[in-house]
Design a protein around this ligand. Structure first.
Ligand SMILES: NC(=O)c1ccc[n+]([C@@H]2O[C@H](COP(=O)([O-])OP(=O)(O)OC[C@H]3O[C@@H](n4cnc5c(N)ncnc54)[C@H](OP(=O)(O)O)[C@@H]3O)[C@@H](O)[C@H]2O)c1
Length: 245
């Protein structure tokens, strides 16, 4: 069984990836902003029967199962601080890293303020670059696999999406450079369309529309594509995959 590190593990797509990998028997290192939300995510994963699990499960309830799940609280909005946040983390060889943390803020070029550009470029592009740099020894040790959760906006930039699309185009460039530089490490960019999650709820609010989760792909469907890419036999790499609802 492998060890996988997931950012944005408290979010829709990240937590669905965690579900699938945990159910397949892998060990997980979950990264997120909030220690409390991470503990809830870990407890939900490790509780054997989610249907009967109480809403707030004590994360210490199942020590044997939990040894497969570790959590690391880390804010990715300042990539310069990621190294210090990782300093106390005992990293095993990593079979895979899934970069799923991300933020979105809509606005035309005429409207968007510098902070909107800075936040999205830092969290969506500079932070995954810095985290990947720091994780490279652990990835090389296992000949691991890096998945960047990109977006359709990483392939084309629509009106009102400039800062987000710029950050996701940068993420695609990061993936392509990494793949060329590290032949022993497999690198995949996944480009989902609209997916039901808190991010999509926020997008719909910014667009002034209603949010109906049934209208979008489920996070579990996107997670299935990500895990299938991770589980592809070593003689092939899924480099880029677009996922549309
Ligand atoms: N939903 C869509 O329609 C869609 C479409 C295409 C691509 N994507 C991409 O898919 C990825 C996952 O999105 P999602 O739909 O799962 O959204 P989500 O449910 O909002 O999850 C976003 C995750 O990013 C984390 N995050 C945000 N800011 C952070 C920060 N400063 N430091 C550390 N973690 C931070 C969030 O942590 P908290 O729990 O602390 O907020 C959460 O775990 C993103 O990269 C997004 O761009 C989403």
């Amino acid at each position: 069984m492998g060890t996988y590190l997931i950012t944005g593990a408290t979010g829709g797509i990240g937590s669905a990836v965690a579900d699938l990998l945990y159910d397949a028997g892998h060990a997980l290192i979950l990264l997120g902003r909030s220690g409390e939300r991470l503990a809830e995510t870990a407890a939900r994963l490790t509780y054997p029967d989610p249907v009967t699990a109480p809403p707030a499960v004590e994360p210490v309830a199942r020590p044997a199962a939990e040894s497969r799940v570790r959590t690391v609280a880390m804010d990715l909005s300042d990539p310069r601080r990621i190294e210090a946040s990782l300093a106390d983390v005992d990293l095993p060889p990593l079979d895979g890293v899934v970069h799923s943390a991300g933020v979105v803020g809509l606005g035309t070029v005429a409207e968007a303020q510098p902070d909107a550009w800075i936040e999205q470029l830092l969290i969506n592009a500079a932070a995954p670059a810095e985290l990947t740099r720091l994780l490279l020894p652990a990835l090389r040790a296992a000949r691991g696999h890096v998945v960047f959760v990109n977006s359709g906006a990483g392939l084309r930039a629509n009106p009102g999406w400039g800062a987000y699309a710029a950050s996701k185009h940068a993420l695609r460039a990061l993936a392509d450079s990494l793949r060329a530089e590290e032949p022993e490490i497999r690198v995949t960019s996944v480009y989902p369309g609209r997916t039901a999650s808190e991010m999509q709820r926020k997008v719909r609010a910014q667009e002034g529309g209603e949010y109906d989760p049934e209208a979008y792909m489920s996070a579990r469907t996107v997670a299935t594509v990500i895990v299938n890419a991770l589980m592809t036999p070593r003689d092939a790499t899924v480099t880029d995959v677009s996922v549309r609802g």
